[in-house]
Design a protein around this ligand. Structure first.
Ligand code: SAH
Length: 418
C-alpha cells in the first residue's frame, strides 16, 4: 500500500526497533527538557547515526511505504515529458540541470532519463546534467547503483558534491546534502514526496492563546514519550501563526518554506521551473502528523528511527513562501495532472504492446493506484513554480497583440507537443 492520505488510516502499529534512538532521545529530554515536534522529527528521520532515512531508507515494496514512481514507470515518464515540454516552451535553452530533492531509490530520475534518451533527437544540442540532493548515505548508494550501475566516486571533503558518476545513458550525476550546494544555472527542480518528510512544528489554540506542542518523556513510564503543551509562547509560536488563523490546531514546516524561497530565487535569477508533487492541502487541515512502518500506520512517538514520519504539505504556505518571485500553478490533483499529461494514451500503447495477461493486469492495477480518487488520484497534488514571463509576456501590457500566445503549461492544461 502507498502512504495513505491523512485521516484515511487504520489502527496504528506500535513498538519495535533496537531502541538506540529512543535511549538517545530520552537522555536528551531528561537533560534539557522537552523538544519541539520539528526537532523530534529531524532526529528521528535524519540523525546521522540513527535516523530512519540514514539507516533504513524505507521506500519501496520491501520497505515501509511505496510511492508513485515505484508503482509505475509511466509516472516518471510523464514527468520527463513535462520537463521536455517546458524546456521547449522556454525556447530550448542549450543547457539545463535536472535537480531532484530526496530521490529515494532513484527510480523517478531513472524513468525521466529513459525519456530523455528516447527523445535524444529533440535534446541533441542540449547539455543535460543531473543533481541529486540526498542526506541519506544508504539511499544515495541505492541511487548510485540504480542510475550508474555503481560507477561513482566519492569526492574529497569540502567539495560541493560529495559523490559523482555518469548515468547509464551517459549523463553526469552529482550528489549533494543541501540544495545550496547545487551550482547555480538554468534548472528543472523536482520534489516528489520530499516536503512531507521535512520537520513540522505543531501548535494548539488554548484559552490563553497559542501554545506549541512539544515532545517530552513520560514521568510515569520509563522511556516512553508523550506530547505536552509549552507552558508559555515559544519563538516559533510568535513567528509562524498568522493573526487571521481560524484553525485550532496548526502544523507549519519552516524548512519547506526556506527551500521554496531558495527555489523561487534561483528560478527568478537563472530560469527553469520546479515541480512539487505530494499529498497535502491548501491551508485547511489541522492534524496530519503520522508514522508508517511496514506499510501500516505507526504511532509517531513509538520506536523513533524505525518508522517513517510525515505530515501533509501545506501548499498555501509554499505559495506564500515563493514571495511572488515566481508564478505558481496548482495544487492540482494527481489524477487531473496525469490525465492532462496523456496517461490514458500511454496506458493504451503499453497494453497493446504487452503480450501476457499478467503484465496487462499489472498495468491496469498500477493505473488504478495512481488515478483512483480513493487511492492516490485525489490526495496527491502537483504544484509548480515558473518564471513570471512563462505565463505572461513581460511587454504584454504595452503591446498585447505583438506577441504570439505563450503555450499553456502541460499537466495544469492539456499537453500540446509540437
Ligand atoms: N522521491 C522519492 C523518495 C521519497 S522519501 C519517491 O517518491 O520515491 C523522502 C526522500 O527525501 C528520501 O530520499 C530521504 O532520504 C530524503 N530526505 C529526507 N529529508 C531530507 C533532507 N532534509 N534533505 C535531503 N533529503 C532528504
Amino acid at each position: 500500500a502507498a502512504r495513505l492520505c491523512s485521516g484515511a488510516g487504520g489502527e496504528a502499529e506500535a513498538a519495535g526497533g533496537d531502541g538506540a534512538m529512543l535511549r538517545h532521545l530520552a537522555r536528551k529530554l531528561r537533560a534539557s527538557g522537552p523538544v519541539t515536534v520539528a526537532e523530534y522529527m529531524r532526529e528521528a528521520l535524519t540523525n546521522p547515526g540513527q535516523g530512519y532515512y540514514t539507516r533504513r531508507g524505507g521506500v519501496g515494496e520491501s520497505g515501509d511505504f511505496i510511492t508513485s514512481p515505484e508503482i509505475s514507470q509511466v509516472f516518471g515518464e510523464l514527468i520527463g515529458i513535462w520537463y521536455i515540454s517546458e524546456w521547449m516552451a522556454m525556447g530550448k535553452p542549450n543547457t539545463f540541470q535536472l535537480v531532484e530533492l530526496g530521490p529515494g531509490r532513484g527510480t523517478l530520475t531513472e524513468d525521466i532519463l529513459r525519456v530523455f534518451k528516447q527523445l535524444a533527437s529533440v535534446l541533441s544540442k542540449c547539455d543535460v546534467s543531473v543533481h541529486l540532493v540526498e542526506v541519506s548515505p544508504k539511499l544515495s548508494e541505492i541511487q548510485a547503483v540504480m542510475l550508474t550501475g555503481g560507477k561513482v566516486q566519492p569526492n574529497p571533503e569540502g567539495e560541493p558534491a560529495y559523490m559523482n558518476g555518469i548515468s547509464k545513458t551517459g549523463i553526469p550525476i552529482f550528489w549533494y546534502r543541501d540544495i545550496q550546494d547545487v551550482p547555480p544555472g538554468y534548472s528543472f527542480y523536482l520534489a516528489h514526496e520530499f516536503f512531507d518528510a521535512l520537520p513540522i512544528h505543531k501548535f494548539q489554540r488554548t484559552e490563553k492563546g497559542w501554545h506549541e506542542v512539544l515532545v517530552d518523556i513520560d514521568p510515569e513510564v520509563p522511556d516512553q514519550l508523550r506530547f505536552v503543551l509549552s507552558p508559555s509562547r515559544t519563538p516559533a509560536t510568535q513567528n509562524f501563526i498568522q493573526p487571521e488563523e481560524t484553525r485550532d490546531h496548526v502544523e507549519v514546516c519552516p524548512e519547506a518554506g526556506v527551500i521554496v524561497q531558495r527555489l523561487a530565487s534561483r528560478i527568478e535569477k537563472d530560469g527553469g521551473a520546479a515541480l512539487v508533487a505530494d499529498y497535502g492541502h491548501d491551508g485547511t487541515k489541522t492534524d496530519t502528523f503520522r508514522g508508517f512502518r511496514n506499510h501500516k500506520l505507526h504511532d509517531v512517538l513509538s520506536a523513533p528511527g524505525t518508522a517513517d514520519l510525515t505530515a501533509d504539505v501545506d501548499f498555501s504556505y509554499l505559495r506564500k513562501m515563493a514571495q511572488g518571485k515566481t508564478a505558481t500553478l496548482g495544487p492540482i490533483k494527481q489524477r487531473e495532472f496525469l490525465k492532462n499529461m496523456g496517461i490514458d494514451l500511454r496506458l493504451q500503447v503499453l497494453l497493446q504492446n504487452s503480450g501476457d495477461t499478467a503484465t496487462r493486469e499489472q498495468l491496469l492495477h498500477s493505473y488504478d493506484m495512481l488515478m483512483n480518487p480513493e487511492k492516490m488520484g485525489d490526495c496527491f497534488n502537483f504544484f509548480a513554480l515558473l518564471p513570471h514571463q512563462r505565463l505572461v509576456h513581460p511587454d504584454k501590457k504595452d503591446k498585447p497583440e505583438s506577441k504570439s500566445p505563450l503555450p499553456p503549461v502541460a499537466g495544469f492544461n492539456e499537453l500540446l507537443l509540437k
